[in-house]
Design a protein around this ligand. Structure first.
Ligand code: ATP
Ligand code: MG
Length: 418
């Protein structure tokens, strides 16, 4: 019979990669806790409208990447492609704006985008997401960069760049839009089909195009960063000042725009050349109008998402060695009766005990213990039981000695070695 496989772009995650996922999560939780974030778990499935309204209907995500389907009740549902939309929905639904001066929340989980799978790009992938609601001050923009910096340093990620930009507010964007359209209108013949559409609907989006020729066209274009309004320019200046306070160097990339419509003022990406084509592994920014656009009171917001798969590619393999490995070899029916008491004593003492479920000859069990690269083997046969002892063999130097047969006492001595 033909074997059933995962869907294209969906993967099983295990072994070293999963170890790295867990390490990333635990380092993240350490710093998000220190900085006062509280973790939430939100639904993976939401109404399609939530994403269309928040992410924007001229974005790649909404135009072509969403896993959307109609359920049996006739509603259009979407597997979340990113976390911010759900975080805003939850912030409003739970009424947090009315009970908290400001809200710092985080979430970890899978996201879904119908993209062409390749290295570092999957249809199901994982994000760690961070959002702050109700703080308009640039200090929090810098605090998020500081948090990223602490996490990456502790994980041992060596080479990365933090790129920052400001995409302004409605006021600066509206006047700049005309300048931009005028520039690209005269270069239409050099733009890809997608960008021709972007030019009509959302010209800033052209800066996000990955097409070489489009990137070249944007090379000489006027930049929003150079025509920010006073307020946005001030905000960016304060942001830079706070970054200096934290002692963090960033690069200003005036061409950085993000693939979602809701961003205002500060945007940033953390990139690494070690990742190849998909070089961004953390991305975020401020979204001061989103909460209001989603039906809430005017509330500032800022957040970022870590792409866990891509970050895991940059995290060095763990040098941490696990504890010593122990094996129990039982020969004969009487000895087998001691397996459960020894297993219970080991688990209680925090020692991993391996053993053969189908214990046969001592030779076969020793071979098995060797294959498992065990450091110590406890050997129990009729001779030992007669003497009231259990033999402990050190597999490294092959020395042997006797421990008391009482599981608790024996495991205590083993614990001193393991
Ligand atoms: P890209 O430019 O690679 O398409 P994006 O701008 O669409 O990224 P965001 O929406 O900003 O990505 O998501 C934040 C992070 O999530 C990215 O920096 C990346 O690390 C990760 N990410 C996004 N899409 C995928 C995917 N399909 N597979 C794996 N990771 C992804
Ligand atoms: Mg994308």
């Amino acid at each position: 019979m033909e074997k059933i496989r995962t869907l294209r772009g969906f993967r099983d995650i295990f072994g070293e990669e999963l170890d790295k996922f867990r390490r990333i999560e635990s380092v993240f939780r350490k710093y998000s806790g220190l900085l006062g974030f509280r973790e939430v778990e939100l639904p993976v499935l939401e109404k399609t409208e939530l994403f269309v309204r928040s992410i924007g209907d001229t974005t790649d995500i909404v135009e072509k990447e969403m896993f959307t389907f109609t359920d049996v009740g006739g509603d259009s549902l979407t597997m979340r492609p990113e976390a911010t939309a759900g975080m805003v929905r939850s912030y409003l639904q739970e009424g947090l704006y009315a009970t908290e001066r400001m809200t710092k929340v985080s979430s970890i989980g899978p996201m879904f985008r119908h993209e062409r799978p390749q290295k570092g790009r999957y249809r199901e992938f994982h994000q760690i997401d961070v959002e702050v609601f109700g703080v308009k001050e640039a200090l929090v923009d810098a605090e998020l960069i500081f948090m990223i910096r602490m996490i990456l340093d502790e994980l041992g990620v060596g080479r990365y760049r933090i790129e920052v930009n400001s995409v302004g507010c409605k006021t600066c964007r509206e006047s700049f839009r005309r300048v931009l359209i005028a520039y690209f209108e005269t270069r239409k013949d050099q733009l890809c089909e997608d960008c021709l559409r972007r030019l009509e609907r959302n010209p800033l989006r052209i800066f996000d195009c990955k097409n070489e020729q489009c990137i070249r066209v944007t090379g000489d274009s006027p930049l929003l960063f150079d025509s920010l309004c006073g307020e946005c320019r001030d905000h960016f200046g304060l942001f830079q000042g706070h970054l200096r306070g934290f002692g963090i160097d960033v690069e200003i990339n005036k061409r950085l725009v993000r693939g979602l419509d809701y961003y205002t003022k500060t945007v940033f990406e953390v990139t690494s050349d070690d990742l190849g084509a998909q070089k961004a592994f953390i991305a975020g920014g401020r979204y001061d109008n989103l909460v209001e656009e989603m039906g809430g009171p005017a509330t500032a917001g800022i957040g970022f998402a870590i792409g866990v798969e891509r970050l895991a590619m940059l995290v060095p393999s763990s040098v941490e060695k696990d504890g010593k490995r122990c094996f129990l070899a039982c020969v004969g029916d009487r000895a087998k009766g001691y397996l459960v008491p020894f297993l219970k004593a080991c688990v209680a003492a925090g020692i991993t005990l391996k053993y053969a479920y189908d214990a046969k000859s001592l030779k076969a069990q020793m071979r098995y213990a060797d294959n498992l690269k065990c450091d110590f083997v406890l050997i129990l046969g009729d001779d030992e039981i007669g003497k009231g002892v259990i033999t402990l063999r050190n597999m490294t130097d092959k020395s042997q000695r006797e421990l008391p047969l009482d599981p608790k006492k024996a495991v205590e001595e083993l614990g001193a070695l393991a």
